[in-house]
Design a protein around this ligand. Sequence first.
Ligand code: ADP
Length: 253
Amino acid sequence: MRVVVKVGTSTLSENGALHMGRMERLSAFLARSRDEHEVLLVTSGAVAAGHTVMPQLSNKKTPERQALAAIGQALLMNIYSKLFEPHSIRVAQILITKDDFINFSHSENVKIAVNTLLKHRILPIFNENDTVVIDELLRGDNDQLSAKVAHYLDADLLIVLSDIDGYYDKNPKSNPDAAPLKVVRGRLDAALLNESPTPNGEFATGGIVTKLKAADFLVSHGRRMFLASGLDLTHASNFLKTGASERGTLFCP
Ligand code: ADP
């Protein structure tokens, strides 16, 4: 199975800095998953990485946030390279924008490059090219970018890892009685997709709305998305192994 895994800022960072323990566990999970599946990673976290070395730049001002993303992207890839080394996995960086999938020759080029990387067992690591487009910087569009990657690269599944362990009937951070949903079938309600973003944390951007948009895009193309915890990877791991898991939400057609 070809699987795209997307990991968000709220998983990768804590108190504005990258959380190395979580990144290490993520790398081990991806390395294990590669025994059975073809794995592609979409990662956020560049701004948080940049901020650790340039705390004098503000992540609230767009030009400085762009600078932080550019500084942090190099650091982030360096960290992934080192984390995957003990697993004998070489990584490759792919910076794209959603528009690259609208442009036929761009999207063909991405497919050719990525398929070549996969053929050589290299792990492609995607992020939005925040120097040319600032969607992800402002709105957490890596959720939607990962859905495009999954669709155009013909993945069987997108796994979105977040600080939340699934989709709830209301925001669990502000409603203690919120109930998790195990399966969401079919297209999503337009009203849900138009709610304002509810990110969790200073560096997070998207919140649940961009994840629902990503799920709806995939479902509309007959594909599946699994939303699970990036803090406790047993659920994503079980889902990959058995197609089921105690926690996490599956969005499917
Ligand atoms: P990431 O950085 O992983 O993309 P975000 O912080 O952007 O994560 O989005 C996840 C957050 O969305 C959760 O921590 C939670 O606070 C918020 N959220 C709002 N409504 C819901 C809901 N109905 N179900 C789950 N999470 C929700």
